[in-house]
Design a protein around this ligand. Structure first.
Ligand code: SF4
Length: 456
């Protein structure tokens, strides 16, 4: 079975008739069954034609699907960059080995704990560790030391990891150490573009990178994160290829990806690319988020601080379910709390703090969540997706969002307190299951009395 078939993707995209009927596809999507590759090609083509009323229909339906699966909750997290000492030479990245201007740094284990504590103090419970590829510096032994130290010395509840592909044996050690989601982006699934963008280093091997999710599954991971860096090649190709990859994982292993990230190329100091080869407009970006949501309804669709405040607000209605906040994309950035652009992987647009983002999310009518419960309660992989497909995960999301937001109000919130209290009231008011509501209210009292980390 091919992981992805570039020829098939191209032919699916070129075979779409000019006049298309999206209603039957959207009806199917509303049943939370996901979409075929043919359906996805059609929706993406509508976007490329720039047909605004149809685009709006797609986007609206994606918002409905997101609420059917996850309710109002929006999960928040931060990346923690461990190292920018990379052996690769990706033309779009500020960490590339040939960027001689970058100030290079790999955090000591002690300093990663210091960073995690700084984030914990702001209220974060889940972090995404990000390591540049460097067998001598940020290798698996180092990452394991970091993971063990953060779990032991901080209150961070789940660590996800974005790192280079590695052996099944190494991946198994990371899984055993408690990594939740293992994430690797293919960057572009288009082989010729991939070759151009990665002139040297281990990352040059397209097939090796593409097969990393197979290795992760063999190592025991069942929560996997995939994505394409939008702007390197035709976005329709890369989005369809990402969904092709998702179908492959489902067909071969019975597991949908746990997250699909939607990174868009941003300027990075010291990167070789001075212009985006295939620009993606904001309208197209919203459509892409929506199509991921419709095609893989149970995936966390993740939008980062690379995007503007306005656009991040808008994608909450088009299917995004997880957002990073208050991010620094350079190792050591949180403690130093100032932007050292020369050492960052890419520039960020939304520079608001976690508290500001939480307040905004709550005021927009969503439910900010710092939940980490599924990973810790064993609702992972197939179990998670079955519950999500049948609409059964959203009660957990709702209850745990309320409980974690209460902790946040008591321990870390600043200006967001009022908006958070209102969001909790609204969420409780909308709970139709009386037993659940009663249980949550009882747990809220326990949290007020000082208990922590209570979850469903
Ligand atoms: S209940 Fe599970 S799916 Fe919902 S927010 Fe918590 S960890 Fe995520």
């Amino acid at each position: 079975m091919m992981i992805i078939d570039p020829q098939k993707i191209t032919s699916l995209l070129s075979g779409v008739p000019f006049k298309v009927e999206v209603d039957p596809i959207l009806d199917k999507a509303l049943e939370l069954k996901g979409l075929s590759l043919e359906d996805v090609a059609l929706l993406l083509t509508v976007g490329a034609y720039g047909h605004i009323p149809l685009q709006n229909k797609i986007i609206e339906t994606a918002g409905q699907v997101k609420e059917e699966v996850f309710g109002k909750r929006i999960v928040l997290f931060a990346p923690l960059y461990l190292s920018n000492e990379c052996v690769n030479n990706c033309l779009y990245c500020g960490f590339r080995v040939e960027n001689k201007k970058a100030v290079r740094k790999t955090l000591t284990v002690e300093n990663t704990v210091r960073e995690a504590k700084a984030l914990e103090a702001k209220g974060y419970k889940r972090l995404l560790l990000v390591a540049a590829e460097n067998p001598a510096r940020s290798n698996v032994d180092y990452i394991l030391d970091v993971v063990n130290a953060i779990y032991k010395k901080t209150g961070i509840r789940i660590l996800h990891l974005n790192a280079a592909p590695m052996s099944v044996k190494d991946l198994r050690r990371l899984k055993e150490a408690g990594i939740g989601v293992f994430q690797v982006f293919q960057e572009t699934y288009h082989p010729e573009t991939y070759e151009k963008m990665h002139p040297s280093g281990n990352k040059r091997d397209y097939e090796y990178r593409l097969s990393v999710m197979d290795s992760a599954i063999e190592a025991g991971f069942d929560d996997l994160g995939i994505g394409a860096l939008l702007g390197l090649y035709d976005w329709r190709f890369d989005v369809l290829a990402t969904i092709f990859h998702a179908h492959y994982l489902k067909d071969k292993y019975g597991i949908w990806p746990h997250t699909i990230s939607v990174p868009r190329l941003r300027p990075a100091s010291g990167s070789q690319l001075t212009e985006t080869p295939y620009p993606v407009s904001d309208e197209e970006f919203k459509l892409i988020v929506a199509v991921y949501r419709l095609a893989v309804p149970t995936a966390g669709v993740v939008v980062s601080t690379r995007e503007s405040v306005e656009l991040r607000r808008e994608v909450l209605a088009t299917g995004a379910s997880q957002i990073s906040a208050g991010s620094k994309t350079e190792p050591g950035g949180y403690k130093e709390d100032e932007e050292h652009y020369e050492a960052a992987q890419f520039g960020i647009d939304d520079k608001r703090t976690l508290d500001e983002v939480i307040e905004d999310v709550a005021r927009l009518g969503y439910m900010p969540s710092l939940c980490t419960s599924c990973y810790r309660a064993g609702r992972t992989g197939e179990t998670f997706h079955e519950m999500a497909f049948s609409g059964n995960i959203k009660d957990y999301c709702s209850a745990n969002a309320v409980l974690t937001l209460k902790e946040y109000i008591l321990d870390s919130a600043n200006a967001s307190k009022y908006a958070c209290e209102e969001a909790i009231k609204k969420e409780l008011g909308g709970m139709s299951d009386k037993n659940l509501k009663f249980g949550v209210e009882e747990r809220l009292l326990r949290i007020e009395a000082g208990e922590r980390d209570i979850y469903y």
